[in-house]
Design a protein around this ligand. Structure first.
Ligand SMILES: Cc1cc2nc3c(=O)[nH]c(=O)nc-3n(C[C@H](O)[C@H](O)[C@H](O)COP(=O)(O)OP(=O)(O)OC[C@H]3O[C@@H](n4cnc5c(N)ncnc54)[C@H](O)[C@@H]3O)c2cc1C
Length: 463
């Protein structure tokens, strides 16, 4: 080894910014690497760790949220420290981390969303699915979103699993949701919802959907809602048929959709309409409220390289609705002092090594993982090999002597810095207390937990 770093006398000091899945998978890989002594300090702008596992994954999918237990095991490692309620770029800077750590991993996810770019998009109740999801999941930044559920129809634009999540939450009964960890205020608002028709609208056809089998299957088992599919919209053009040949998962999606055509409307009070080959072109408002969305009908075209793209036909359809939720993709937000690719919405990198686009060279000691690295693709598990790849790049750099020891590696110095600045950071032990409080509060009601939302409420538990 070309360095004395990562030894018991001088452990390698690593900062991870972001406590979502990718941050935890990176921490686990760093801490268990044999032959190296590494300590990890993880920072998150929120009090609660776990990123989108807590604030994105649907509350009625508790089996998926259970992955957090794996992260808790990593957090219990003696080489791991957690600093929640500390935002990179505000309470702690790029410069600070370089002074106190030998390597930095950015695991900040993709915090913003893509827009439709159509007139009327800024009307109230035109929201991103991210905002709506964050609201019902108790993300402190979205506590006061107050979506208006007094309308009769909502349109969800997009056919990924997030679109399916928001449509399902709107379609489910209170009884179906009350045993989950959905926030009380969201449950109360959903109990009063007047929404009866939910349209899931796809730009392309049923052979191009992004949702998975389990997600579409659930719509056949809802207490209050029928899934409605038009037979005419399930007919595939030749290129689409060819593109899904041998794709059993896509065939299964189509089987579910065909079954929904057969079942039809059984008279349940709510309906979830799957609509294809439509693009919103205008969100129509009256007196400052959404009343309808104008859609252009699309047709598909196979292009060089095998892609099948949608193009407008000049024919239009208007769907009356009072709410629109766009779920057309996420993108990252730039971090102060860190390179950023505006077009891709990610931190430029090569196998996880951050690249400075100005010089096209790697930035010494800086790495990226997860959605901040590759964009918003894949499931939670996809982040594990992705984080391991970046960690391997770092160990390779360490072996080649490309990591230089930081100026002030004393673990107490990083803590002193936060204290001097009056930052009320939350430690792993403190998070465990908040977590236990939430879980215990849920027990009498048979719920997995009752979430605390604002940082102050969480800090009160610690008093
Ligand atoms: C609505 C939704 C539902 C999903 N459901 C599923 C599902 O059911 N199953 C599945 O497998 N996958 C699901 N996914 C995908 C999964 O959540 C992602 O693959 C995963 O969370 C990405 O991990 P990450 O660590 O890159 O980002 P994130 O989970 O977003 O974590 C990023 C963390 O960085 C923190 N952060 C950001 N900026 C800063 C800063 N400046 N300073 C400090 N901290 C910062 C954030 O607070 C956050 O905790 C879902 C995604 C969404 C959006």
């Amino acid at each position: 080894m070309a360095t004395t770093l990562a030894t018991p006398e001088r452990p390698l000091r690593v900062a991870i910014v972001g406590a979502g899945p990718s941050g935890f998978y990176a921490a686990a890989a760093l801490l268990k690497e044999e032959g190296y002594k590494v300590t990890v300090d993880m920072y998150d702008r929120l009090v609660a760790p776990h990123g989108l596992v807590r604030y994105g994954v649907a509350p009625d999918h508790q089996n998926i949220k259970a992955v957090a237990k794996t992260y808790d095991r990593t957090a219990a490692d003696p080489g791991f420290r957690y600093f929640g309620n500390v935002e990179f770029g505000k309470q702690i800077t790029h410069e600070d981390l370089h002074r106190h750590y030998d390597a930095i991993f950015y695991a900040t996810g993709a915090q913003s969303d893509r827009r439709l770019g159509v007139p009327g998009e800024d009307l109230p109740n035109s929201l991103s699915a991210t905002e709506f999801v964050a609201w019902y999941n108790g993300h402190p930044d979205f506590r006061d979103l107050n979506p208006d559920l007094s309308c009769e129809a909502a349109i969800v634009v997009g056919v990924g699993n997030v679109a399916m999540d928001v449509a399902r939450i709107l379609a489910k009964s209170v009884d179906e949701l009350k045993a989950t960890d959905i926030t009380d205020y969201a449950l109360e608002a959903l109990a009063k919802s007047s929404i009866k028709d939910i349209y899931i609208v796809a730009r392309r056809g049923p052979a191009q959907v992004k949702f998975t089998n389990a997600e579409v299957r659930e719509f056949g088992h809802l207490a209050l809602a029928d899934p409605i599919v038009l037979d005419s919209e399930l007919r595939l053009d030749r290129a689409s048929s060819a593109s899904i040949e041998g794709d059993t998962s896509m065939q299964k999606n189509l089987d579910y959709l065909r079954a929904y055509v057969e079942i039809g409307n059984t008279g349940k009070p709510r309906r979830v309409h799957f609509r294809f080959l439509l693009s919103p072109v205008e969100i129509i408002g009256e007196d400052g409220k959404i009343v309808a969305v104008k859609m252009e009908r699309n047709q598909l075209r196979a292009v060089a390289g095998g892609d099948i793209i949608a193009g407008g036909t000049g024919q239009y359809e208007t769907i009356p609705a009072g709410m629109i939720l766009r779920s057309v993709g996420y993108k990252g937000s730039p971090l102060p002092g860190v390179p950023y690719d505006t077009r891709k919405g990610t931190i430029p990198n090569e196998l996880g090594r951050v690249i400075d686009p100005a010089s096209d060279k790697t930035v010494r000691g800086e790495y990226v993982v997860g959605w901040a690295k590759r964009g918003p693709t894949g499931v939670i598990g996809t982040n594990k090999p992705d984080s391991i790849e970046s960690v391997n790049s770092m160990f390779e750099d360490l072996q080649k002597g490309k990591l230089h020891g930081c100026e002030d590696p004393n673990p107490d110095a990083a803590v002193a810095l936060l204290q001097e600045r009056g930052v009320r950071y939350v430690t792993a032990d403190e998070w465990r207390k908040i977590d236990a409080y939430e879980v215990n509060s849920g027990k009498p009601q048979g719920r997995p937990r009752i979430k605390l939302v604002k940082a102050d409420e969480m800090l009160d538990v610690l008093k």
